[in-house]
Design a binder for this molecule. Structure first.
Ligand SMILES: [Zn+2]
Length: 274
C-alpha cells in the first residue's frame, strides 16, 4: 500500500460526498470552497464517492451529485467518471486497500476486538476507554461465542479514544476509509465542515499509525446567521430554464460566481459530512 508521498509541491484537494441523498447547500458550499482553494493554487482536484456505508448509500444519488456539481461549474482532474491514477474513486470498490490497512495495524499490534454493546459504550462516557483492550484470551473466546466484535485501534495517549476502525458487521469505519483514501490519493489539503472537527484528531492519529503525513485540515466557519438558517431540506437551486434572449453567453467563471452567490445567500446547511 502506498501511503502517499512527502512531496507536496502540488496541492491536491478533494470533495468526497456520501451518496445517501441529494446534494445539499452545505455540501455544495464546501465543494465550492475546496475547489476554489485548489484551483487558485494551481493544484489538482479529486472527486471521490464515499459509499463505504453500504446501508446509507445509493448509486443513483452518486450520479445526481456529480451532475449537480457539474451544473455548478466545478470540474475535477480525477474522479469516478473521469478516472485517474489513484482509482477507484468509489469507496465500495476499494475494499482491498482497507483490508491492507487493517493488516498493517494488526501487524503493529494496534488492533483489538471490542464486544461492548452500544449501550455499554454510551454508559462509559464521551470517549471509549478501551475496556476490551485488557481482556484475556479466555474472556475473548467466551465473548466471541455470543457475537462478532468490532475492531478498535489502540492509541497510546491516555486521553484519546480507541475508536472503531471496523464495525461488527464487517464494514470498515468512515475514519479508516477516509484516511486510507486521502493518504493513497496524495491529498494535501482537506477542507470540510465544522461537524468533522472532532474527527480530525482521530484521523491524525491514524496517519501517525500508518507513518503517513497528514494533510492540512481547513474548517471554514459558518456564520451564526447561516447556522440559524440551517435547513436540512434545502436543496441546491435548480438550473434556470434556457433563456430565449440572445444575450452573450456568460463566461464560465462568471457563471460559477453567480451560482455560488445563489448558494452563499441561501440558507446554508453547514453541518454536512464530507
Ligand atoms: Zn469493548
Amino acid at each position: 500500500m502506498n501511503w502517499g508521498s512527502d512531496q507536496r509541491d502540488v496541492k491536491r484537494g478533494r470533495f468526497a460526498p456520501t451518496p445517501s441523498g441529494q446534494l445539499h447547500l452545505g455540501n455544495a458550499w464546501v465543494a465550492l470552497l475546496s475547489w476554489l482553494q485548489i484551483r487558485q493554487a494551481g493544484g489538482q482536484f479529486v472527486l471521490r464517492i464515499e459509499d463505504v456505508d453500504r446501508h446509507r448509500s445509493r448509486p443513483e444519488f452518486a450520479g445526481q451529485i456529480l451532475a449537480d456539481l457539474r451544473w455548478l461549474g466545478l470540474d475535477w482532474d480525477e474522479g469516478p467518471d473521469v478516472g485517474g491514477p489513484h482509482g477507484s474513486y468509489t469507496q465500495s470498490e476499494r475494499d482491498q486497500l482497507y483490508a491492507e490497512a487493517l493488516q498493517h495495524l494488526e501487524r503493529e499490534s494496534r488492533l483489538y476486538p471490542c464486544y461492548c454493546s452500544r449501550a455499554e459504550v454510551k454508559a462509559a462516557g464521551p470517549a471509549y476507554r478501551g475496556a476490551c483492550r485488557q481482556l484475556s484470551a479466555e474472556e475473548r473466546e467466551r465473548k466471541a461465542g455470543g457475537k462478532a466484535p468490532a475492531l478498535r485501534v489502540a492509541l497510546a495517549e491516555e486521553a484519546a479514544e480507541d475508536f472503531v476502525v471496523q464495525r461488527a458487521d464487517g464494514m470498515v469505519s468512515y475514519q479508516l476509509a477516509v484516511v486510507v483514501d486521502d493518504a493513497a490519493m496524495g491529498i494535501t489539503d482537506v477542507l470540510r465542515g465544522e461537524d468533522l472537527l472532532d474527527a480530525t484528531p482521530k484521523q491524525v492519529r491514524l496517519y501517525e499509525a500508518f507513518g503517513a503525513v497528514p494533510p492540512v485540515f481547513i474548517t471554514p466557519r459558518c456564520s451564526s446567521t447561516q447556522k440559524a438558517a440551517n435547513s436540512r431540506k434545502a436543496p441546491v437551486p435548480s438550473p434556470s430554464p434556457p433563456s430565449a434572449t440572445k444575450a452573450p453567453a456568460p463566461s464560465r467563471s462568471s457563471a460559477i460566481l453567480r451560482r455560488s452567490a445563489d448558494i452563499t445567500t441561501a440558507p446554508s446547511r453547514c453541518r454536512q459530512r464530507n
